[in-house]
Design a protein around this ligand. Structure first.
Ligand SMILES: NC(=O)c1ccc[n+]([C@@H]2O[C@H](COP(=O)([O-])OP(=O)(O)OC[C@H]3O[C@@H](n4cnc5c(N)ncnc54)[C@H](O)[C@@H]3O)[C@@H](O)[C@H]2O)c1
Ligand SMILES: [Zn+2]
Length: 362
């Protein structure tokens, strides 16, 4: 099938050299039409089914691993199946793994690429909004082990990322809003003006593909300098954890009833509420940002969050450094996001509780 010329790219520096994120609406067709020797495809089963007409050669290729994108699939316990499959396909060090899917397929492929035969190349066609606008750049892989989520991982950049928003046509609304939650996070990090821009366009985002594509690119462009300066997440990149310590605790306490990016949306609301209660940021910023956060989390505000389970999960966050305190990304007076170590005292617990019972449901 004839495919049109390649459009724009974003070049990212990493510890293994530069790689490109290519914005190419026909990325899947281009891959399907190209040489497949030495490629091992790892494909989200739902994507394979929904987009099979766009990838006939790929799905008929000798090495295709189709996976159901559920959390247990990205676990250490499942790795032997994937390794056995790839070995049976004759995988070699000069071969390339290709991930076609969302964050789950990304994490599995990236982890295998980091470890199999001490390192293989991998390429990524992200198919969810979350993966296209956020996780596809930044090198991280995280897999689960036993009950511990995202506890094993590596920093292994892909050789290239190919972004086609045509995948998003088939995405459920909850997964679209999950992606929008991460985009709101990225724009909150860029500052009040950037956040207000995406907030103003929010009502049109899901209906207007050109506008959505613009914000996907802008999200990656905002993230790029942070991951280039601090790929291993030891300093400036930490602020991308905005909404995540609270968000992960909400996901854990609700047994993952709330999609990741929506839990992050709620987590940003909580960071604003707690920040305002601690006197770090004025109520005007909370009033400014709350409506779009509430709109993105709509329908999930009624999911009960067991408070003790929430606090237990928050105390276990990977980013914490000491006993009795939590490491959070909170807004300062200008609503710039900064890292803070906060004591888990009665006042802090009260602010968190207040958020769930009053501030969020209001
Ligand atoms: N490595 C990282 O940097 C990073 C960052 C953020 C999140 N994550 C991980 O990513 C996972 C979440 O990823 P996600 O939200 O991208 O999605 P996902 O991979 O969990 O998929 C969500 C659902 O969407 C379906 N799906 C995927 N693409 C589709 C499409 N085009 N059309 C229809 N359905 C489609 C999947 O089958 C699945 O049912 C979590 O495990 C999280 O821990 C990793
Ligand atoms: Zn996230």
């Amino acid at each position: 099938m004839a495919v049109s010329p390649v459009p724009e790219t974003l070049r990212i520096q990493s510890h293994t050299g530069p790689y490109e994120a290519v914005f190419d609406e026909e990325a899947l067709e281009r891959l399907d039409a190209g040489p497949l020797d030495g490629l091992h495809l790892i494909v989200d089963d739902r994507v394979a089914e929904l987009h099979k007409a766009r990838m006939p050669r790929l799905l008929g290729h000798s090495s295709v691993l189709r996976l159901e994108a559920i959390e247990p699939a990205k676990s250490l316990e499942r790795m032997p199946d994937y390794v056995a499959h790839l070995l049976a396909q004759g995988v070699r060090r000069d071969h390339t793994l290709v991930a076609i899917g969302g964050g789950i397929v990304q994490d599995i492929t990236c982890f295998l690429a980091a470890n199999l035969l001490r390192g293989l190349a991998w390429r990524f066609l992200p198919t969810t909004l979350l993966a296209q606008a956020d996780s596809c750049i930044g090198s991280k892989s995280s897999i689960n082990c036993g009950a511990a989520k995202n506890i094993l991982g590596t920093f292994t950049p892909p050789r290239s990322v190919h972004i086609s928003s045509r995948f998003l046509d088939t995405l459920d609304e909850r997964d679209r809003r999950s992606g929008l939650g991460e985009m709101l996070k990225v724009h909150a990090i860029a500052g009040p003006e950037a956040f207000d821009r995406i907030a103003a366009d929010y009502p049109r985002l899901l209906a207007d593909r050109a506008l959505l594509n613009h914000y996907i690119r802008e999200s990656l462009a905002i993230k790029k300098p942070y991951i280039e300066e601090d790929e291993f997440d030891r300093g400036p990149r930490n602020i991308f954890n905005l909404g995540h310590s609270f968000g992960h605790a909400i996901e854990a306490a609700t047994d993952f009833a709330i999609p990741h990016g929506i839990a992050v949306t709620i987590g940003i609301g909580m960071a604003l509420h707690v920040g305002q209660g601690m006197g770090l940021v004025g109520v005007d910023h909370l009033v400014r940002m709350r409506p779009v956060l509430a709109a993105n989390a709509r329908g999930f505000e009624t999911v009960p969050v067991p408070f003790e389970a929430f606090l237990v999960a928050l105390a276990k966050d990977k980013k914490n450094v000491g006993q009795g305190s939590v490491t959070l990304i909170l807004p300062d007076a200008a609503c710039r996001m900064t890292k803070k170590v906060v004591a888990v005292d009665d006042r802090f617990r009260q602010l968190c509780r207040e958020f769930f019972v009053e501030a969020w449901r209001a």
